[in-house]
Design a protein around this ligand. Structure first.
Ligand code: SF4
Ligand code: SF4
Length: 206
């Protein structure tokens, strides 16, 4: 994730910018979205039907005074909407709005360490910034906007499976530029003494 020239890899960003997003990937993202929206819609319609039927019955039988009901409905509608808007997180971006190209990247001797860390930093989850999304080079996960896209093997989709180098180095997100693994216990027990987290041994050969 860092600025090590040794872990730089090839920057295929130019090519990737021109490359259209695979249709299967878009299709999977849209299918997920359509499924989730469809389920929520049907559940909402069913709940609404129950409520209408119940309310009509109670009003018809004189249990609920209509005017009082309308007043309470308007108040409940407002508080429910306010609460929903507060809870809605929707798509999330990394909050730092700095220009990533102005950021001084952390410098670590990655290539000398990758036999130990297996580039585990490129398996971490994080959100892209607005700049990354607008730039359209770094892929995000359509099912979890705007998390960086991982492959099925767990590494970032831009991390070369064989060399573990970054395929979009010149355009990599601000998170990758700023990330410092030295104090990250998920990666190192002792960075200086080159002792990785024992859990990372499971990644060897993957
Ligand atoms: S973009 Fe992906 S491969 Fe490149 S440094 Fe960031 S996490 Fe690693
Ligand atoms: S975990 Fe640290 S040493 Fe390993 S590739 Fe990532 S930044 Fe470099």
């Amino acid at each position: 994730m860092t600025d090590s020239t040794e872990k730089g890899g090839t920057d295929a960003a130019g090519a990737m910018a021109d490359e259209s997003v695979p249709r299967a990937e878009v299709g999977a993202g849209l299918a997920f979205l359509h499924g989730a929206v469809g389920t929520a819609l049907l559940q909402g319609v069913e709940a609404q039907a129950h409520l209408y039927a119940l309310t009509e019955l109670l009003i018809a039988r004189g249990v609920i005074p209509l005017k009082e009901f309308e007043r309470r409905k308007a108040a409940a509608m407002k508080s429910t909407t306010d609460e929903a808007m507060e809870q809605w997180q929707g798509a999330q971006v990394f909050p730092d709005e700095s220009d990533k190209y102005d950021v001084e990247p952390v410098d670590i001797d990655c290539l000398q360490r990758m036999g130990l860390c297996h580039a585990a930093c490129c398996r971490l989850e994080f959100n892209l910034s607005r700049q990354d999304v607008a730039e359209g080079v770094v892929r995000w996960d359509f099912a979890q906007p705007y998390k960086i896209k991982h492959r099925d093997d767990g590494w970032c989709s831009h991390c070369d499976p064989a060399t573990k180098t970054c395929g979009v180095r010149d355009h990599r997100p601000i998170v990758c530029r700023q990330y410092d693994c030295r104090q990250d216990a998920r990666i190192w027990v002792d960075f200086e003494r080159r002792i990785p987290n024992p859990e990372l041994a499971k990644l060897a050969g993957k």
